[in-house]
Write a new protein. Structure first.
Length: 116
């Protein structure tokens, strides 16, 4: 099993920046990819960005150019740097890991609030 713990959410003004971090523990060697999803009230959970073991990344169109995902394999962490935040970026952000190629695990979520 893999466990994920997020940190770094909070309140920021539009145009500001936040950095989310997620620490993984447990069966680290079984992780295939990690990423971030978000869920706003009344909406479905959606992919924000992901990073595979080979370092390849994938971003939702809404975040391209503003969000950067990175991974520190030595520390078993994944981070999401969010710049030029918009009110529509407000959501609960969840860290995600796919492991053993078929299984998924989630963190508890961290709230991001963007004031206009």
């Amino acid at each position: 099993q893999v466990q994920l713990v997020e940190s770094g959410g909070g309140l920021v003004q539009a145009g500001g920046s936040l950095r989310l971090s997620c620490a993984a523990s447990g069966s680290i060697c079984s992780i295939n990819a990690m990423g971030w999803y978000r869920q706003a009230p009344g909406k479905q959970r959606e992919l924000v960005a992901s990073i595979a073991n080979d370092g390849s990344t994938n971003y939702a169109d809404s975040g391209k150019g503003r969000l950067t995902i990175s991974r520190d394999n030595a520390k078993n962490t994944v981070a999401l740097q969010m710049n030029s935040l918009k009110p529509e970026d407000a959501a609960v952000y969840y860290c995600h890991a796919r492991f053993l190629r078929l299984l998924n695990t989630w963190g508890q979520g961290t709230q991001v609030t963007v004031s206009s």
